[in-house]
Design a protein around this ligand. Structure first.
Ligand code: SF4
Length: 756
């Protein structure tokens, strides 16, 4: 059995005491989000109330989920921790590295051919360290997690931003960087700023063409892509309980598109039905016994304004189908004439080339069955597809069941392509063009979550619009972006005018779920004999060697780059074609800071080598300093390292020999990542000192031997003309973090403690 009922029962056994104590400490009724947070404190039973949006708190998550692209570096790091097994239940899912091109069978074979090295590595590490492994083709991480692992009241972290999908089954599930996941795998706490809380009250009931997807498209319109930042969105009200569990998953999934920490729903009958349908009777029985702790206190939902930081109300009976896009998921347009007007005014192509149904957002049995009811009508009413249609089932269990029930056959009768149970076009793994950069302007509609430029097919001219699966099917059949299936007719093969009836479908398969091989490989009980083999010549994988401590004496360090303006994790470690090197630190280090703008010439990847006086690329210049045994310093502006939580942005400079990053301010996760890799992440005590830094500067750290919490450091900057400036820098290292620095990295310290 994939999931661990004893672990879940253990969580529930402690819940009552922890939640009741928290309620006393907070002094008022608790939301569901607070109940889950307070029952997962690292310290156990709460001893104080935390201030939302202010206090950093240590948590103890119940589970970890990793996808194949991010798992590589996470597991390579975990191997450094000197542990025999992961400390909490963990799974790895192979879903991102599979391209969509010709259809499932051929595409899966191709992926297994080109990425077998990565898949084999992930499988053997999983087997060795007690990690559940889901093979390529088994399904998309978040759908598989919902079907197998998510449970009401649980806390999970995952190395993917749409980990939040599990909120559909009442979890607090949060996307994190690999370094955070490694800490928890190694038995450490996970830190999070206690989130603010946004309540969304859903009244009325979804009906007709309106789907759960439209709820989150509406929320995205209201809150915009930044509106959920630092907050958990908690949905409640009669509209919430009337909705399917997988529909709730869709809503939580796209919470990532409004920047929310996560989203969640209280335990209800739809969740119980889903648990029982997915063979988890014992989880449903256990949840029923602690029901009152798996939803907010009644008073909270009766007077939400008193308990949430912000409250939004949406009447589902008045909500209509929406199309969000292009290029941003918060730009909402009502289907039909509003789209005609907007598309005409903005020159969006009205003709639709492709409809894509699937992704972790909308690939449940219910989604496929409702979309297929539209496809069946097209066949029955003699309509011909006006655009192409592609389907990505969310899991092998959904695919097998949908095939058994004739759902996939309906799509195939419309000449749809059934792609692998994987991310495919949702993550740019769509071989749509041979030369995407020069591909024509066009529109597509999909039921995915993200629609940024180039996201699906690499073509910057593709206008991607996000909709529910049933609207995607209808628009793909009609071939027009402004088709409104509620009011518009189409002309069929016989020249007759026909209209679609409302979609129909099943929340859960009437004959139950079925699957022959779900693609899961359980790890061996004792994996100590398993040898993880990484070929020394591999260009995609490289075993890590522990970082050497930088020491308490840093003098003669050279300036590598003074970054000008925005410097995000993408500028520090680019994605795109570099994705394939995510498991090979030395190779991916060749993209280090190539996107950062040099403050002295406003060019990217063009810095002065102080040893030669020549200008060159950042990684090559840095490698020359490293070869000469010279440490370097990176200087940056405000919010340095914003963007993703990828640890590569800290590991790469560290690997290449950068000792310190001195900036006006940091994005917090990146600052922590630098600390974890045993580097110095420092901020100018006087921001204006940024202007003192010149191109040929040398840095001498004057009092690093006194490195201590809450104590500024002093740096002497020697300029090319021999003049000097002495500046103060601040830091936020606490004593354990200074210990990471002393040992060379957090992992080195874990390994040392483990060996002791
Ligand atoms: Fe991410 Fe898309 Fe895969 Fe979901 S389907 S995990 S959003 S790439």
């Amino acid at each position: 059995m994939a999931f661990d009922i004893e672990m879940i029962k253990g969580v529930y056994a402690k819940m009552a005491e922890r939640v009741d104590t928290a309620r006393d400490l907070v002094g008022k009724p608790l939301t569901l989000s607070e109940k889950i947070l307070y029952s997962h404190l690292w310290e156990g039973t709460p001893t104080k109330a935390f201030e939302r949006g202010k206090h950093y708190v240590d948590f103890a998550p119940d589970r970890i989920a990793c996808q194949d692209a991010t798992a590589q570096m996470a597991l390579l790091q975990f191997m450094q921790a000197g542990k025999d097994k992961v400390a909490v239940p963990t799974t790895v899912h192979c879903d991102h590295l599979i391209q969509a091109k010709e259809g499932a069978a051929k595409d899966l074979k191709h992926a297994n051919d080109v990425s077998s090295e990565v898949f084999n590595f992930l499988e053997s590490v999983s087997n060795k360290y007690g990690i559940g492994f889901w093979k390529p083709g088994a399904g998309i991480i978040h759908q598989v997690v919902l079907e197998n692992y998510a449970f009401p009241g649980g806390m999970m972290i995952g190395t993917d931003s749409h980990t939040v999908n599990a909120g559909g089954l009442g979890m607090v599930a949060i996307g994190v960087g690999g370094a955070d996941a490694v800490d928890v795998m190694a038995g450490m706490a996970w830190e999070l700023k206690f989130p603010k809380l946004i309540g969304v009250k859903l009244t009325g009931k979804l009906s007709g063409w309106t789907a759960p997807k439209d709820v989150i498209l509406k929320v995205a319109e209201i809150l915009t892509v930044k509106g959920g930042t630092g907050a958990i969105v908690e949905y409640f009200g009669p509209g919430a309980t009337a909705m399917s569990c997988t529909g709730k998953g869709t809503i939580c999934n796209m919470g990532a598109e409004i920047g929310a920490t996560t989203s969640t729903f209280g335990y209800d009958e739809s969740m119980e039905r889903y648990l029982r349908a997915t063979d988890r009777e014992d989880v449903a029985d256990a949840a029923n016994k602690v029901k009152e702790y798996l939803t907010a206190d009644a008073e909270v939902y009766a007077n939400p304004e008193q308990y949430f930081d912000q409250v939004i109300e949406i009447n589902l009976s008045e909500l209509g189908p929406l199309l969000n896009g292009p290029f941003t998921p918060d730009l909402s347009t009502t289907v039909g004439t509003e789209m005609t007007e907007k598309a005409t005014a903005n020159d969006w192509p009205l003709q639709v080339e492709w409809g894509l149904i699937g992704s972790c957002t909308n690939s449940s049995y219910e989604d496929l069955s409702r979309a297929s009811s539209i496809a069946q009508q097209a066949l029955d009413k003699g309509l011909k597809m006006k655009s192409e249609l592609g389907i990505n089932p969310g899991s092998e269990q959904v695919r097998y069941t949908a095939e058994r029930d004739g759902i996939l056959g309906i799509f195939e009768n419309l000449d749809a392509k059934i792609f692998t149970n994987a991310c495919g076009p949702c993550i740019g793994q769509w071989a749509r063009y041979s030369d995407p950069k020069n591909a024509p302007k066009n529109s597509i509609v999909h039921s995915f979550n993200r629609n940024f430029a180039k996201r699906a097919d690499g073509n910057p001219n593709t206008h991607a619009f996000v909709a529910s699966p049933e609207i995607t099917a209808a628009i793909a059949i009609a071939g027009r972006l402004d088709f409104n299936p509620l009011t518009d007719s189409l002309i069929n093969e016989d020249g007759q005018e026909v209209m679609f009836d409302e979609p129909t479908g099943w929340e859960l398969p009437p004959k139950g779920f079925e699957v022959k091989d779900n693609g899961y490989l359980a790890p061996e009980e004792d994996g100590s004999h398993i040898k993880v083999v990484v070929n020394e010549d591999s260009e995609r994988l490289q075993l890590l060697t522990p970082f050497t401590p930088l020491g308490r004496t840093i003098t003669g360090a050279k300036l590598l780059i003074k970054a000008f303006g925005k410097c995000t994790t993408d500028h520090i470690s680019m994605a795109g074609p570099w994705l394939r090197f995510r498991g090979h630190l030395d190779n991916i280090a060749n993209n280090t800071l190539i996107g950062a703008v040099n403050a002295f010439n406003k060019k990217t990847n063009f810095v002065k080598n102080q040893l030669t006086g020549e200008y060159g690329g950042v990684p090559a210049t840095q490698r020359e300093y490293k070869a000469a045994g010279i440490k370097t310093v990176v200087v940056g502006d405000h919010n340095y390292g914003e963007g993703s939580s990828r640890e590569h942005a800290a590991m790469q400079p560290r690997h290449l020999g950068v000792a310190a990053v001195i900036v006006k301010s940091f994005a917090r996760i990146h600052e922590t990542n630098l600390k974890k890799q045993g580097m110095l992440g420092l901020t100018f005590a006087n921001e204006a000192d940024y202007d003192l830094i010149q191109e040929d500067d040398t840095f001498n750290f004057l009092d690093l031997n006194e490195f201590a919490p809450d104590k500024q450091l002093t740096i002497e900057i020697v300029h090319a003309d021999g003049s000097k400036d002495v500046i103060k820098v601040n830091h936020t290292y606490n004593q354990p973090q200074i210990d990471w620095y002393n040992e060379g990295s957090a992992l080195n310290l874990i390994k040392k403690e483990n060996a002791a």
